[in-house]
Design a protein around this ligand. Structure first.
Ligand SMILES: [Zn+2]
Ligand SMILES: [Zn+2]
Ligand SMILES: [Zn+2]
Length: 325
């Protein structure tokens, strides 16, 4: 994530801020400018082209800080949420803002990497009130809002023996399924994907049942980023896509915060960024977390074959606009 500063007082801001904590100026996020911009007392911002923008109507409902075109309307980030907890579902509504905040973070980084979100929608459901399975199908990402609760999420993480589980991580994984569906559709690209991730025509349900019955294959860490990635070629792609976003976004944040002594190569292969910047940075961040008595920030090891997979996904970002038209 890039860094943001207040246009009124120059203080550093967090992406989630709706007000500058130093000078009290109201703020809104402009997707067009990729910036937090000041809004007036009635929540209005006029951009350089003279267009009028208004604070999204969901500011109080979901903490949305984005700007909408119409007064009393909602922003494009909120437009992507097809289903949300009903007005009488107080448990679901309490969990909703955390998931929406992670979703807005995801959208900003997809914009920054050049991935279109056309055709993507979200069902934000809570397993507190119904059965919910986190997943992706045909452009619809379903999120279990109950995982906005840290204790609940940590319990699932332990049960599944996962080293890492966050709301943002879920979104990055699920949007990986969407991107594979949209961008890896045929030709050489599909052939290469099959070489790297395996043949996605493999029976999915059988693969999932095998994974939960037998666990991952021995020595999986020499070819995969996580044990879950071994489940099926689709899951390997989605897991690797999530790591592409973890790494890109965290490197961008570190650069914006002045934490990098090496400049990431601008258009070299992604593996150069991983080797020269990400591995030393993530080791340092793990040490810092340990100094605070916390678990490692990045509890993963990236083997050589995963570098090939990451390179493939980074190429998709370069080619994305041409394919999406
Ligand atoms: Zn300020
Ligand atoms: Zn909104
Ligand atoms: Zn998946």
């Amino acid at each position: 994530m890039r860094s943001f500063s207040c246009r009124n007082c120059s203080s550093q801001l967090f992406f989630e801020n709706s007000v500058c904590l130093t000078c009290g100026t109201g703020l809104g996020f402009s997707r067009e400018e990729r910036a937090l911009v000041p809004v007036d007392g009635s929540g209005r911002y006029i951009d350089r082209a003279g267009l009028e923008w208004h604070v999204c109507r969901n500011l109080n409902l979901s903490g949305c800080t984005w700007l909408a075109r119409l007064e009393g309307g909602q922003c494009m980030a909120c437009d992507l949420t097809r289903t949300r907890p009903s007005d009488d579902d107080s448990a679901g509504l309490a969990q909703f803002p955390k998931a929406e905040a992670a979703k807005r973070h995801l959208l900003v980084e997809l914009d920054a990497r050049g991935f279109s979100t056309d055709g993507l929608v979200f069902d934000m459901l809570s397993s507190t009130s119904e059965d919910v399975t986190i997943g992706h199908a045909g452009g619809v990402i379903t999120i279990d809002l109950a995982e906005a609760d840290g204790a609940r999420r940590e319990q699932i993480r332990e049960e599944l023996g996962e080293p890492y589980r966050t709301m943002l991580g879920h979104l990055r994984h699920e949007v990986g399924h969407f991107m594979q569906l949209r961008l890896v559709t045929g030709g050489e690209r599909l052939d290469r994907a099959r070489q790297l991730f395996g043949d996605e025509r493999e029976d999915y349900q059988a693969a999932v049942s095998r994974h939960y019955a037998q666990g991952p294959p021995a020595g999986w860490w020499t070819s995969y980023i996580s044990s879950y990635a071994t489940t099926h070629p689709f899951e390997d792609f989605a897991e690797t896509f999530a790591h592409y976003l973890h790494i890109s976004d965290t490197c961008e944040t570190a650069a914006a915060q002045g934490l990098l002594s090496t400049t990431p190569p601008a258009d070299g292969p992604f593996r150069d960024l991983v080797r020269q910047v990400w591995i030393p940075l993530s080791l340092a961040l793990n040490q810092i977390n340990r100094s605070m008595g916390k678990d490692d920030l990045y509890p993963f090891v990236i083997p050589e074959p995963v570098l090939d997979k990451l390179d493939f996904i980074a190429r998709l970002a370069f080619d994305a606009n041409a394919t999406m038209q």
